[in-house]
Design a binder for this molecule. Structure first.
Ligand code: F6R
Length: 241
C-alpha cells in the first residue's frame, strides 16, 4: 500500500480531491465508488471547490455509493443519499441517471442488492473506490465478524457503528437503524484502484491493523492487502503507530 501523510484532515481532503479531479480530466466517464461519514467532509468540500476552479465537468462521471441505511427513504435528510446530494451531487449537478445508490426502502432488499451488483457491472466496474474506515476496522458496513460477505448484502450494524452515526440522527443513537445495505468485500476489492482516507487518532489502530496485521474478518479492511492498487490518505494522527 502506498501511504500519504498530511498534517490535517483538510490537507488530506485537498490532496485527494486534486487527484480525483486529475482522474476525471484524464477520463471524463470515470466510475467512482464513494463513502459517507465525517471523514470525507473536507474531501467533498475540496472536490466541489477544485471542480469549479478547474471547470471540470461531472456530466459523464458515474458514481456508486458504498452503503445506505435500511428503512430510511432516500428523500429523508438522514439518509446517505441526502448527505451525498448535499455534499456533492447537488452542487456539482450530477445527472440522476449517473448516480448509483442502494435503496434501503426497496420492497425486496435481496433483489435490491442484486440490482446494485448488476448496475456496477453494467457501468463497466468501479475505476476508483474511495473509502473511509471505522475505528473497528469496518469498511462500508462490512463489520468485524467470523466471516464476511463477498457481495452487496444486508448488514447488521455494530453498536459502536450505530453510535458513530448518531450525529446524523439528531444525536439519538436509538434512532440509528440497526441494518444497512452495503457493498461486500469482493465488490469493493474489484475496483481498479482504492483510495482510503483516515483521520484522527481514533483510527490509528485500525489503520495499523489494516496495513500491517494479519488478513482477518475480525478487521475487514485488512482484506485490502490483497488488492494491487491501494493508496492510504492519512492525517498525522491516524498515521501514528
Ligand atoms: C460510510 C462508510 C463507513 C465509514 C466509516 C467511517 O459510507 O462506508 O465505512 O467510512 O464508518 O466513518 P467516519 O468517517 O464518520 O468516521
Amino acid at each position: 500500500m502506498i501511504t500519504h501523510v498530511f498534517p490535517t484532515p483538510q490537507a488530506v481532503g485537498t490532496a485527494l480531491a486534486a487527484t480525483v479531479v486529475d482522474a476525471i480530466v484524464e477520463r471524463p466517464s470515470l466510475v467512482l465508488g464513494l463513502p459517507t461519514g465525517r471523514t470525507p467532509l473536507p474531501f467533498y468540500d475540496a472536490l466541489r471547490r477544485e471542480s469549479v476552479r478547474r471547470a471540470v465537468s461531472w456530466r459523464e462521471v458515474r458514481t456508486f455509493n458504498l452503503d445506505e441505511f435500511v428503512g430510511v427513504p432516500p428523500t429523508d435528510a438522514e439518509s446517505y443519499r441526502a448527505y451525498m446530494t448535499r455534499e456533492l451531487f447537488g452542487p456539482l449537478g450530477l445527472p440522476a441517471a449517473h448516480i448509483g445508490f442502494l435503496d434501503g426502502t426497496a420492497p425486496d432488499l435481496e433483489r435490491e442488492c442484486e440490482r446494485y451488483e448488476e448496475a456496477i457491472r453494467a457501468a463497466g466496474g468501479i475505476d476508483l473506490m474511495i473509502l473511509g474506515i471505522g475505528a473497528n476496522g469496518h469498511i462500508g458496513f462490512n463489520e468485524p465478524a467470523a466471516g464476511l460477505q463477498a457481495r452487496t448484502h444486508r448488514a447488521r450494524l455494530e453498536p459502536e457503528t450505530r453510535a458513530s452515526n448518531a450525529a446524523q440522527f439528531g444525536g439519538d443513537v436509538a434512532r440509528v437503524p440497526r441494518e444497512a445495505l452495503s457493498m461486500g468485500m469482493a465488490t469493493i476489492c474489484q475496483a481498479r484502484a482504492v483510495a482510503l482516507m483516515a483521520t484522527g487518532a481514533g483510527k490509528a489502530a485500525a489503520v495499523r491493523g489494516m496495513r500491517d496485521g494479519a488478513i482477518t474478518a475480525a478487521l475487514p479492511a485488512s482484506f485490502l492487502q490483497l488488492h494491487p492498487s491501494v493508496t492510504l490518505w492519512l492525517d498525522a494522527a491516524a498515521a501514528t503507530s
